[in-house]
Ligand binder design. Structure first.
Ligand SMILES: Cc1ncc(COP(=O)(O)O)c(C=O)c1O
Length: 464
């Protein structure tokens, strides 16, 4: 990095690994894609993977494991209780994040079910910078309200503010002053997935903690990408420049009472998750729900071998060379699109490139879901599967049943870890740039069948 060039420029660097095993893919032709999409009722979640050329639906559980992880599977101790695999996994979590009590879960949302069942009562409010969809749904499932208090910079497309995932401290303080009685816990999502994968600064985490302390509220981190968040602090906050990733991680988690992690992201595994807490009281209360919902507290829905692979994956993720390559892939794709006039969230975030659906398709009104329409058009154009993170995903207001139009309407191109080459990402950029030339031909959609909760996964769409 030079002084006049931010770290997200010049991000195309050699991979710090080589390919040892491959899985062939092929592109089906346009006519076949049209048929596949029709059969999927215009919901990209309904496609079969052989019908997809480049799959950027999610970075969750889709990455490639290392040979060390594959080897670790063989050490799996499958004892129902007290397995050595749990011990090794727990020791890794404690070492990296500093919490003494660890509850494995089968993935992130089961951790959310356990946490929200314990903490949240009907009518409560749960503040966050921005809740991820499953977190919102679990708050609402307890008949409570999810409240997003992110900084306004996240909505400014051209601001170069480096930590757009930060909690707005004034909004948080005002909210707690007004509604403190009804707030059982405060959450902070690092990095902030629904806000463009933008990082949260260490100083923001510290300040959020100070406010939580003042109002006597526990602080929990939604830490699916906490290691990528640490890397952004290293690169973007001069105060962190001489710290290691491990130091920054400790500084991140030290201020929170606990964290939960969908380990399918920074854990570099295909399945898994956990809750980690500091206090024995929290541990005992949460453990009861863990056993009820997910399994005994030394496996929580994961096989022993899964915990082995996760322990190795977490250690591999803190490697700076890996993180430079990983975030570099995202930055490279983002810069290619930005430079070609495609409006993307900026500066580049952690795990995905987010394209502004409304700007790409100004002729499509919100009622016809611009980002959803663009994601379908991208599949038809190039066999690339992305996902809408916008109006469809936000769902309806629980009180009045209206679509929640306020907020961003994005197409997310999530990049699986250690899976695709730079060339494949350049193909994606070319497809979008080509599509933009004739964007006015992209058609809007309407909801043909809508499901009441987490509707983006299962609803059906029809072209307008
Ligand atoms: C920030 C965040 N929290 C929670 C989850 C839910 O995790 P899972 O998909 O493992 O249930 C995700 C998944 O993408 C996420 O990105």
């Amino acid at each position: 990095m030079t002084d006049d060039q931010p770290h997200w420029r010049n991000a195309k660097r050699p991979e710090p690994f080589y390919v040892k095993s491959v899985a062939p893919i092929r592109a089906i032709n346009r006519e076949e894609r049209e048929q596949a999409l029709q059969q999927a009722n215009n919901n990209l979640f309904n496609l079969s993977s052989p019908d997809i050329f480049i799959d950027l639906l999610t970075d969750s559980g889709t990455g490639a494991m290392s040979h060390h992880q594959w080897a670790a599977l063989m050490h799996g101790d499958e004892a129902y209780a007290g397995s050595m695999s749990f011990s090794r996994f727990k020791d890794t979590v404690t070492d990296l994040f500093g919490y003494d009590y660890v509850l494995p879960t089968h993935q992130g949302r089961s951790a959310e079910l356990i946490l929200m069942t314990h903490f949240v009562k009907p009518g409560n409010y749960v503040p966050n910078n921005i809740h991820f969809d499953t977190t919102s749904a679990h708050v609402q499932y307890q008949k409570a309200y999810d409240v997003n208090l992110v900084v306004d910079e996240v909505y400014d497309w051209d601001s170069e503010f480096p930590f757009k995932g930060n909690m707005d401290l004034n909004k948080l303080e005002a909210f707690l002053k007004e509604n403190g009685d009804q707030v059982p816990l405060v959450c902070l999502t690092v990095t902030c997935n629904s806000g463009g994968g933008q990082p949260v600064s260490i100083s923001n985490i510290r300040a959020v903690k100070a406010i939580c302390k003042k109002y006597n509220k526990p602080l929990f981190l939604d830490a699916a990408r906490v290691i990528e968040n640490a890397y952004f602090n290293l690169m973007r906050d001069p105060a962190c420049r001489d710290m290691s990733i491990r130091d920054i991680l400790h500084e991140t988690t030290r201020h929170a009472d606990g964290m939960w992690m969908s380990a399918k992201k920074d854990g570099l595994v295909n399945i898994g998750g956990f809750i980690a807490v500091r206090s024995p009281e929290h541990y005992e209360a949460l453990r009861m729900y863990e056993i009820l919902f997910d399994g005994f507290c030394t496996y929580g829905g994961m096989a022993g071998r899964d915990m082995e692979a996760l322990a190795v994956g977490l250690k591999e993720c803190v490697d700076e060379a890996y993180l430079e390559h990983r975030t570099g892939q995202v930055a490279h794709l983002n810069c290619l699109l930005r430079d070609a006039g495609v409006r993307t969230t900026w500066p580049p975030g952690g795990h995905a490139v987010y394209v502004d659906g409304r700007d790409f398709c100004p002729h499509i009104p919100d009622e016809q879901y611009p980002a959803q329409s663009l994601s379908l058009a991208l599949y038809l154009e190039a066999g690339v599967r992305a996902v809408e993170i916008g109006i469809i995903l936000r769902g309806r207001d629980p009180d009045d049943g209206e679509n929640r139009y306020e907020g961003l309407d994005l197409v997310r191109l999530a990049i699986p870890r250690r899976m695709y080459s730079f060339t494949q990402l350049e193909y994606v950029a070319e497809a979008l740039i080509e599509l933009k030339k004739d964007a006015s031909k992209i058609r809007g959609v309407r909801l043909a069948k809508e499901t009441p909760m987490l509707r983006h996964f299962t609803s059906e769409f029809a072209w307008v």
